[in-house]
Design a protein around this ligand. Structure first.
Ligand code: DC
Length: 678
C-alpha cells in the first residue's frame, strides 16, 4: 500500500492466528531517548517506534553531542552526555513533536548553554507557557522568539548551568497538559545531586497514566520519585541518571487493541492456538493496557505468556457492556468496533475528549457504524452502539476515515462481519500517524475464504502494456501483484542454468524445475535461488525460451499452485495470458488488454531504443505476431479472452487513461453505495 492507494477494499475475513510484533509505544520511545541521553553510559534500546516524532528527537540528540549508533540486531545504541555539557550551534528543529519540545526545553534550560528550539508552524501554536513559567521561577533564562507563551524559544545560559532557586517547591500547572509535569520530572533529577527537589502541581492533573509512564521510566534509569497523590512529587537528594544498559520499548498498547479485538472475533486459524501479540504484557506501563479488562468483559480470552499476550475467542457473540472509558480514550474506539459483534447495545460513556481529537470522533464513529448497519446514538460524551440485528442487516460500507488513523484501524475490524461483505477503507494511508504498517501487519495474521479474495485479471498478448497496467492497478488498489509471465521466464532461466533445453522431450524435467522454483518476490525484485534476476529474466533470450516452455502442459500444471498462492488478503491483480480463463476463473474482474500489432511493435521499439538496444519495428512486429500465434494456438490454455472479460484496446490511450478505465470498471463492480446514497 502506498500514498497512491485512495481506498482499500477489504474482503470479508474469517480467521486470525499467528504472531504479530507491534511497533513500540510512542510515549515510551521519546522519553527513553531523552533519559538515555541524560545518563552516563550507553543504553541499547530495542523496538523503538520509528516515527516522525522519534526522528526529530534523535536528530536533536545527535546535534547535542550524543552518539547514536544502530546495532546489528536493529537496536539503537545511545551514549549519554554524562558529564559533557551539550553543545550546539544551529537551532534544534523539533517538527511537531510535543514529546521532544517540552522535555528538551526543561533539560537544556537546567543543563545550561545557549540553545534555540524551533518546530513547524503548528508547533509554534502549541502552548509552552506553563513550563517556561516554572523554569523561570527556578532561575532559568528563557526567551520567546515569536509569540509570548509559544515556541520558538531561546535558552540563554552561555556561561554554564544557571544557579537554581530550589528552596521552595517548583510549581507547575497540571490542567493543560501533563507534558509540562513530565518535562520537569525528567529534567529536575539533573539538579537533585546534592539536595531534594519538590514539584507541586497546581490545579487538577490530567492524563495521569502518562505521568505514571514517566515515573516508571525514571525508575528504570535509577531515579525513584516519591509522590503524594498526584499533587506533590519529591525527587530525593543524590538522584542521578544511570543507564539500565538495555531497554526494550513495550509494544504500543493502543495499537495492540486492534489485534486483541481481532483475536476475540474469530476462531483461530486451524493449527494455530490463537493470536500472539509479542512485546507487550499485562503489567505494561501504558494506560491503554487497561483495554484488556474491557475486551475480557466483552468475552475476549487474553493470556499473558512469556512472549506477550495470547488472544483467543471466548464468549460468542461478544457480550454487550456499559463502560466509563475515561481511562482508555484511544483504545475505547476499538470497543466501539467490537460492539458490532455484541449480543446487545454497548454504551461507552465519559468520552467527551473524543470530540476534540483528530476529528470529532463521536460523530464520526456514529456515522460510520451506521453505514455498516448498526444503530448508533451519540450524546455530548457518550456513544451507544446496537449491532445489526441479523447478518442480513449488515451493509457493505465505504468507511470515511477523516484523516484519523484510529478510525481506519478500528473499523477495518468490520471485515469480520458474518454477512461476508467487503469493507472499503478510504484513505488507508492515514494509519501512518502511529502505525504505518498496520494493514500489512493485519494481513499477515488474518485469513479469508479463497472465494472471497478479490482477484483482478489482466490478460493479453505480448507488449500490450499488461505489466505496467497491472502494477499500477495493484498499487492503486493496495493489492498484491502476480506477474505470471515472470514465472515462465524464471522457469526458462532455471532450465538454462541447469542445461535443460526448452523442448518437448524435456517436458518432465522442465515441469520438475517449474514446480520447485526457488523464487522469491521481494519489494519489486525477483530472486532466483537468492540471486536478483529481475533484469536478467527480461532478456530477449529468456523471453523466447519462456514462450517455448509455456507451451508444455506439464510445465503449466506445475505452476498452478504457485499462482493460486498469490491470491491472499487483501486481494490480487494478476497479469498473464490465462489468468481469467484457467488460473482464476472466478475472478471479480477480468480485463483482456490488446493493442494493434503495429502499436505494440512501436512501443517495444521505443523501450528497446531507450535501453540502447537497436531493433527495427518491422522485425519486432513480425516477432510479436509469431509469439501471438504461438500463444493463441497452443493446445493448453491458449491466449484468448475469458467469456466474461472486458475488452480494452489501448492503442490510442495513455497509461493513466488505461489505469483509470480499469479502476472505473472495478468501482462499478463493487457493492458499495455511492457517496450520495449514504
Ligand atoms: O508476459 P511475458 O512476456 O513476461 O511472458 C513470458 C512468456 O510466458 C510468454 O511467451 C507467454 C508465456 N505466458 C503464458 O503462457 N501464460 C501466462 N499466464 C503468462 C505468460
Amino acid at each position: 500500500m502506498t500514498a497512491r492507494t485512495p481506498f482499500l477494499d477489504l474482503p470479508p475475513l474469517s480467521g486470525v492466528g499467528g504472531r504479530v510484533q507491534l511497533p513500540g509505544s510512542k510515549s515510551i520511545s521519546n522519553r527513553v531517548l531523552l533519559l538515555a541521553a541524560l545518563s552516563d553510559g550507553t543504553t541499547e534500546v530495542r523496538n523503538l517506534l520509528e516515527s516522525e516524532d522519534t526522528r526529530v528527537m534523535l536528530d536533536a540528540l545527535r546535534q547535542l553531542g550524543c552518539a547514536v549508533d544502530a546495532a546489528e540486531d536493529g537496536a539503537l545504541r545511545i551514549t549519554g552526555l554524562g558529564a559533557h555539557a551539550p553543545r550546539v550551534t544551529q537551532p534544534l528543529f523539533l517538527g511537531n513533536a510535543g514529546t521532544a519540545m517540552r522535555p528538551l526545553t526543561a533539560a537544556l534550560a537546567l543543563l545550561g548553554g545557549a540553545f534555540e528550539l524551533r518546530g513547524v508552524a503548528r508547533m509554534h501554536e502549541r502552548p509552552i507557557k506553563d513550563l517556561v513559567d516554572a523554569l523561570r521561577q527556578l532561575g532559568c533564562r528563557i526567551d520567546y522568539l515569536g509569540a509570548d507563551g509559544y515556541p520558538p524559544l531561546r535558552i540563554a545560559h552561555a556561561d554554564g548551568p544557571p544557579a537554581l532557586r530550589l528552596d521552595a517547591p517548583v510549581q507547575v500547572r497540571g490542567d493543560v497538559s501533563s507534558q509540562f509535569l513530565t518535562a520537569l520530572l525528567m529534567a529536575l533529577p539533573l539538579a537533585a545531586a546534592t539536595r531534594e527537589v519538590v514539584i507541586e502541581v497546581v490545579g487538577e492533573l490530567i492524563s495521569k497514566p502518562y505521568v505514571q509512564i514517566t515515573l516508571e521510566l525514571l525508575a528504570r534509569f535509577g531515579v525513584h520519585v516519591e509522590r503524594d497523590g498526584w499533587q506533590r512529587f519529591r525527587i530525593p537528594a543524590g538522584s542521578r541518571y544511570r543507564s539500565p544498559g538495555e531497554l526494550l520499548v513495550e509494544a504500543d498498547a493502543s495499537s495492540a487493541s486492534y489485534f486483541i479485538a481481532a483475536g476475540a472475533l474469530t476462531e483461530p486459524i486451524a493449527g494455530q492456538n490463537g493470536l500472539q501479540i509479542s512485546g507487550i504484557h499485562l503489567d505494561a506501563i501504558q494506560g491503554d493496557i487497561r483495554f484488556v479488562d474491557a475486551a475480557r468483559a466483552m468475552g475476549a480470552r487474553v493470556e499473558d505468556t512469556a512472549d506477550g499476550l495470547l488472544v483467543t475467542r471466548g464468549a460468542w457473540p461478544l457480550k454487550a457492556i456499559t463502560l466509563d472509558c475515561n481511562h482508555i480514550p484511544d483504545a475505547a474506539m476499538t470497543l466501539a468496533a467490537m460492539a458490532l459483534y455484541a449480543d446487545g447495545p454497548t454504551l461507552l460513556t465519559n468520552i467527551a475528549s473524543w470530540r476534540v481529537k483528530e476529528t470529532d470522533r463521536i460523530a464520526a464513529m456514529a456515522r460510520e457504524l451506521r453505514k455498516l448497519g448498526a444503530t448508533a446514538e451519540e450524546g455530548a460524551d457518550f456513544l451507544r452502539i446496537t449491532p445489526p440485528a441479523t447478518p442480513a442487516d449488515w451493509r457493505a460500507a465505504r468507511i470515511h476515515t477523516y484523516d484519523d488513523h484510529r478510525i481506519a484501524m478500528c473499523l477495518a475490524l468490520a471485515a469480520f462481519n458474518p454477512a461476508r461483505l467487503p469493507v472499503r477503507i478510504e484513505d488507508p494511508g492515514c494509519v501512518a500517524k502511529t502505525f504505518p504498517t498496520y494493514f500489512e501487519t493485519l494481513f499477515g495474521v488474518v485469513r479469508a475464504e479463497p472465494a472471497d479474495i478479490p482477484v483482478v485479471c489482466i490478460d493479453g498478448p505480448s507488449a500490450s502494456g499488461k505489466g505496467t497496467l497491472a502494477a499500477q492497478v495493484a498499487e492503486r488498489l493496495g493489492y498484491r501483484l502476480l506477474d505470471s509471465g515472470a514465472l515462465y521466464r524464471l522457469t526458462a532461466l532455471a532450465a538454462m542454468q541447469a542445461g535443460v533445453a526448452p523442448v518437448a522431450e524435456n517436458e518432465a524435467r522442465l515441469a520438475a524445475l517449474a514446480g520447485a522454483l526457488p523464487a522469491r518476490f521481494v519489494a519489486g525484485r525477483v530472486l532466483l535461488a537468492g540471486e536478483d534476476v529481475t533484469d536478467r529474466i527480461r532478456g530477449e533470450d529468456v523471453g523466447m525460451d519462456a514462450s517455448r516452455v509455456s507451451q508444455l502442459p506439464a510445465v503449466r500444471q506445475a505452476l498452478v499452485a504457485l499462482q493460486h498462492d498469490f491470491a491472499r488478503v487483501p486481494g490480487l491483480v494478476a497479469d498473464g495470458r490465462d489468468m481469467g480463463t484457467v488460473i482464476f476463473p472466478g475472478a471479480a474482474l477480468k480485463i483482456y488488454l490488446t493493442a494493434s500489432a503495429q502499436c505494440r511493435a512501436e512501443r517495444r521499439h521505443k523501450q528497446l531504443i531507450s535501453q540502447g538496444i537497436s531493433a527495427t519495428i518491422a522485425l519486432l512486429r513480425a516477432d510479436l505476431e509469431a509469439r501471438d500465434a504461438r500463444d493463441m494456438q497452443r493446445s493448453v490454455a491458449p491466449l484468448k479472452p475469458a467469456q466474461d472479460a472486458l475488452l480494452l484496446d489501448n492503442s490510442g490511450m495513455t497509461v493513466d487513461e488505461t489505469v483509470d478505465q480499469v479502476l472505473a470498471w472495478w468501482q462499478a463492480r463493487r457493492p458499495f453505495p455511492s457517496a450520495q446514497a449514504v
